[in-house]
Design a protein around this ligand. Structure first.
Ligand SMILES: Nc1ncnc2c1ncn2[C@@H]1O[C@H](COP(=O)(O)OP(=O)(O)O)[C@@H](O)[C@H]1O
Ligand SMILES: [Mg+2]
Length: 375
């Protein structure tokens, strides 16, 4: 059985904050890091041993990343299949390319989940303008149009609320030039997520369920433990484990879910990597999602994921950064600040997060409100 031991080099495709937090954690464990990213001095490049600065599609650079790494991982899912095949032939990619292929396309992702009998929102693939109209009869209104590939933080999706918006929906589809789906709008009471780790040997472990609030489709805050019943928690965890096992995941998989008004769990989407809604684990769990990811891909036993304290994780977007810096001396002593080293602070760009620990959500929430950063 293959174990990649500390001292070895982990290559990361992508130089963003997820790669940065994998590298910071992995360096503590004694691993070395090399990252490939087109932006010089990327968030991950700043803390890695080496950054190869080139486009992800530059084959020579991809080969160089693979040549200098004992094991390769990635921090985003839109990796081209030519790239993964170069990585796989030159280096060790325990996560494989199959999972990427599934999760980078909503049609494949939802069809695969359906084949495992995992509940997903009813959907259809748009094949003609006519489908955009008849979708109203099949899925009702409002419905959500989503691009099959490339969407994130609500980009590439449109909520269609009335018949009057059908010409607009047709225009969007005609302009998009890529596959699109229409999804039934799920009236949910909460959004939840579960991160599961599965290592090369098939051992699995879930992280505590997070309850996520989005603003403008961007994650704003996560509450852990999620305020749900034991039954709902067991349902969320077992659904997540079933997905990880069925897909034979190696590494992490994050599963976004809706808890419907009727108390049912419906899976929204998957991410085969560390996830923003798991950042709480850095300060509130025995093992963080980043350490767990490294353990999983390196073939080590998975760490304990026990939650040590109630926590609210709040994202710092571009528009919040200056306020956070202005109030840095007012942060409670139990707040843990994480900044990603991004040069340009742009509206809605994820610049960092704060993990607020405490004894109750009421108390933590009051501390957050008193700061007046996000209101
Ligand atoms: N079918 C749906 N019903 C209700 N809300 C939805 C639906 N799909 C997406 N949303 C809302 O939009 C957000 C972003 O959609 P998601 O599919 O997760 O795309 P992204 O890749 O942008 O995260 C979700 O977190 C949820 O709040
Ligand atoms: Mg999402």
């Amino acid at each position: 059985m293959k174990v990649i031991k500390p001292g070895s080099t982990i290559g990361i495709l992508g130089g963003g904050q997820l790669g940065r937090m994998i590298s910071i954690t992995g360096r503590n464990m004694g691993y070395r890091f090399v990252t490939l990213d087109p932006t010089p001095n990327s968030p991950c490049g700043q803390v890695a041993d080496l950054q190869i600065t080139a486009p992800y599609t530059e084959l020579k650079a991809v080969k160089a990343l693979a040549d200098s790494s004992d094991v390769i991982t990635y921090e985003f899912e839109n990796v081209d299949s030519t790239i993964t095949s170069i990585l796989e032939t030159t280096s060790f990619v325990p996560q494989g390319s199959e999972l990427l292929k599934i999760t980078q396309n909503r049609i494949r992702e939802k069809s695969t989940l359906k084949s495992f009998h995992v509940p997903v929102a009813p959907f259809l693939v748009i094949q003609s303008e006519n489908d955009i109209e008849t979708a109203i009869d099949r899925l009702g209104l409002p419905y959500i149009m989503k691009t099959a590939t490339g969407g994130y933080d609500g980009k590439g999706q449109w909520v269609i609320k009335s018949k009057e918006e059908i010409p607009f929906a047709m225009e969007v589809w005609n302009k998009a030039g890529i596959d699109m789906i229409i999804e039934q709008f799920i009236p949910f009471s909460k959004e939840l997520s579960v991160i599961v780790a599965r290592n090369i040997h098939g051992q699995t472990k879930t992280f505590p369920v997070a309850e996520n609030d989005h603003i403008n489709n961007i994650l704003h805050q996560s509450f852990v433990p999620a305020r749900i019943t034991d039954e709902q928690r067991i349902q969320a965890e077992s659904t997540a484990l079933k997905i990880a096992d069925s897909l034979q995941v190696v590494g992490l998989i994050a599963i976004e879910m809706f808890l419907t008004n009727d108390g049912e769990i419906i899976v929204n989407e998957l991410a085969p990597r560390p996830h923003n809604s798991g950042h709480y684990s850095m300060d509130a769990c025995i093992t963080s999602q980043f350490e767990q990811h490294i353990r999983a891909i390196c073939g080590m036993p998975l760490g304990d994921t026990t939650l040590l304290s109630p926590i609210i994780m709040v994202n710092i977007l571009g528009q919040h950064l200056n306020k956070v810096l202005d109030k840095i001396d007012q942060l409670p002593p139990t707040a843990k600040l994480h900044l990603y080293g991004k040069k340009e602070s742009v509206e809605n760009r994820k610049m960092g997060h704060i993990n607020f620990l405490g004894s109750t959500f009421e108390q933590i929430d009051e501390e957050i409100k008193n700061l007046g950063i996000w209101s």
